[in-house]
Design a protein around this ligand. Sequence first.
Ligand SMILES: [Fe+2]
Length: 294
Amino acid sequence: MTDYPINMSVKPQVEAFFDPATNTISYVVKDPSSNACAVIDSVMDIDYAAGRITYDHADAIIDHIRKHGLKLEWIIETHVHADHLSAAPYIQSALGGKIGIGDKIMVVQDTFGKIFNEGTEFQRDGSQFDALFEDGDTYKIGNMQAVAIYTPGHTPACMVHVMGDAAFVGDTLFMPDGGSARADFPGGDAATLYDSIQKVLALPNEMRLFMCHDYGPNGRDIQWQTTVAAEKEHNIHVGKGATKEQFVNLRTERDATLAMPKLIIPSLQVNMRAGEVPTDKDGRPMLKVPINAL
Ligand SMILES: [Fe+2]
């Protein structure tokens, strides 16, 4: 296993922004020793039935960063989300910062470029993003070092980003009583996800873990923060040393019962372009609906 540079003595301040429309949690992470910050997994609001895009969720993040006098250095996507649209370009145009994602985005762009029958003008080389991370790549948020860790399985491009004692796990894990995310999207794989989860569980026990989603299972209030120790002990899919075989059986059975996320069609088209809405031949923002392709 790769030896990732982890420094538990650096304790970033983490502000969470919950989006009730998609059950997504976005984060502003502040370097404790400077005013630098990063945004993780932002959300652009869409009324899909009306084809209307708005920015209330992103504006709340922008307002928070401005109010606290922070300098936005990075806008991180843990993966190409299938259930919400990224607001990365909107936030970048307001505050600057570099948009980063895992370099396996190219695999995702290739898969969905075909499904959406994108023409040659759709680049499948990740060039829509400012930075593409490989496993173990580090970058700086002010003085704080961040490291990106490959965690494929939910999608091929998933990464967990560790900043000091905080890890942003994307859809690699849910809260202990939520288990894990589905692994049945094109390019997903339950056995691969199990291996990736083991990488997260190998982080220090006290590491704070921040979820990308929570659905409040069994009627509990929405939560987004836990620890490696709590996941190891209590996660209903991978806790108490669940084996790969147990996990793959459970995940595969469960995935067969899940409907497609409501926003998968607009989300993929926008998020594989780093949050830009595609345009038609006349330059008007426009989305497609491929029939019987997903
Ligand atoms: Fe996801």
